[in-house]
Structures are given as C-alpha cells and as structure tokens.
Ligand binder design. Sequence first.
Ligand code: PLP
Length: 378
Amino acid sequence: MFGDYIMARFIPIAKPVIGDEEVDLVVKVLRSGRLAQGPMVREFEERFAEYIGVDYAIAVSNGTCALDLMLKAYGIKSGDEVITTPFTFIATANAILYQGAKPVFVDIDLETYNIDPDRVLEAITSKTKAILVVHLYGHPAEMKALREIAEDHKLLLLEDAAQAHGAEYMGVKVGALGNAAAFSFYPTKNITTGEGGMITTNDRSVAEKLRILRDQGQQGKYNHVVLGYNYRMTEIQAAIGIAQLGKIEKFLKAREANAEFLTRNLKKIPYITTPSKKPYVRHAWHQYVIRVKENSPLKRDYIAETLKNMGIQTAIHYPKPVHHQPLYRSLGYPQNICPNAIKASKTVLSIPVHPALTVEDLNYIVNSIIKLFEKHIE
Ligand SMILES: Cc1ncc(COP(=O)(O)O)c(C=O)c1O
C-alpha cells in the first residue's frame, strides 16, 4: 500500500496553470468564428505592452519566431557579429544563425548564470552589431553595465526575455530594458499560450516593420513590400494569453514564495549552492536552479536519478553550453572557451518551483533532498 502511494507521487518540473478563465475565453473565440489573428491578438498585445511598460508589443507564433523577427527588424545580416551567452536554450543562438550572422559567445557570471559584462568588452570587433542578452531562469542580466557598453560602442542591446516575464531590474521590467525584447509563451514558461511569442519595443518604426514581417511582408491587403513570413499568433492563443496575463502577479508571488521556502531549507546542505538574487532585481523564478559543489559526495546526475525514483522530476538547463552542441562544434567553435558555462552545465540542477506546487509537495521535495545528503552531513 505504502509502496503504491510512493510510486503514484509525481511532481513535475513544470505545469501550466489553466483555469475557467482560459477555457471561457477560448470557447468565446471558437464560437466567434474568427480563429486567425484578429481582435483577441490586438487586445493581448495592448495588455502585454501595458504590463511590461512599453509602447508596442507584437504577438507571434512562438519565442523562436520572436527572436528571429526581432533580429530581422533591426537588419542583422550576413557578416555581422552578435554577442551572446553560450549558457542558454539553443534558440537564442540559432536566431543569430538564421540571419547568416555569427554568434560570438561570452562567458557567464557563475553567480547569476547570465552573461558577464566585464568579458563583453573583449569580444567587441568592428563587425559587432548587437548584444543579445538572456535573462536566464528569470534573473535579469546586468543591464546597467551592458547598456553603458552598448551605448559606448553604438551597439543594439536586445533581450531574450523568454524566461523572465515579470522580472524587474532596478524597478524596470525586463522587456523594457533594451532596444527590443523577445518573449516565449511555451507551456513551461511563467505564462503560456500553448505555443506563442511576443516582441516588445518602444521603437515605432521597428514595431511597424515587425507587424509587416510577421504577416507575409504585407503593407495593406495583398501588397507585399518585403520578404515576410507567416509568424502570426492565433485568436485561440491570444485568448489563453489574456487570461494568463490576468494571473501573472499571482503566479509570480507563488514562485517567489516557493523559491524562498526551497532556499531556506536547502541552504542547510553544505554541498549545494542555492540560487542567488541581486538586491536590485525582481527574480521571476522561471527555474529554481541549484549547483552541486565539487566536493559533494553525491554527484548531480545521481541526485537527479534518485529524485526521479522518488517521484520528483528535475531538469538540467542546460547539459551542454551552445558551443558544445554538435551543430556549433561543426561550425568550428573552439571547445575550450567559456569555462564558467561549461562548469555550470556539469553541475546545475533545476528543481520544481512552479505555482501548482502544494505545501505538501514543497515539504516532500526538501525532505527528500535533505534525506539524500543526511548521512554525509554531521
Ligand atoms: C532562453 C530561451 N530563448 C528562446 C526560447 C524559444 O522559445 P519557443 O520555445 O517559444 O520558441 C526559449 C524557450 O523555449 C528559451 O528558454
């Protein structure tokens, strides 16, 4: 009996929280007969722009499209270099390759896992056009220093905010900190639309270009002025997004409380590093990521496997830095660059922090991890 109970327990690493509001709005769309981009998308864009604190938000099919169009709208092209982090989801760097441009990888700061501004300077060449930062796990990148570098060298400062809806840096929301930002609404993200993406900017001409590019390059019906794409969001996606945006503060507060609980309990274990948060940021806690120290008697992969057997799903974000991915290896990237990113990829472990966790789940997670280490702690 007890064994059955243990086997039946499963705490996922991520879980979208969908309620009656999403269902009702989707049904409204289905009954309306208008399924492709229309008034719901417009409303979602307006509400998202207001939430982030920017003039324009342009909805697209997913976060990868958002990154791709953002770079296209700024004219990033073959021969250009874009500085970015290798410790991210592959889509960040791939969006640079889509333009025929070259991702230039700069190592991370091991405290926040974000690009280290001190190393950005060394990577700037006459071909550098932009810095594409990632607010990894929901912790904003060091935007003050990065903005100074971008201004001094006349570079664009672009944000991959796919993991950081609602995060703030010195009181300003991510998505409003650079020239433009790309968001994702994939189901694991802080708010979801199933699949979906958004670009935010205060630049009117860029917003106009983005609207044209996402819709077959049309400026007016069947008047195609540039090579465009079908990157449109559907009304169904936007309906889910509107309902989710209405709950984002509730979700963020739950993530914050869960992260605090995890840190309070897990910091007692001397073999793991709990995540840190700079005092001047609001962390969106998309992921709660611990690092297993070198002197730990239990290795990261063993911990992950044992927790899985106990019904706790964990994840590794990311097991390889981008320059170690076969694609990038084949492009000739040296494998010994960015040692901090390599170190992080070998030692990080994401633990569930999402808003659907119950108090019982949280207690079970910390007790299970503490129990694992128990015989190794005095
Ligand atoms: C940092 C980062 N960039 C880009 C993306 C791509 O977003 P999508 O999956 O919506 O295409 C994701 C998430 O999947 C991400 O985590």
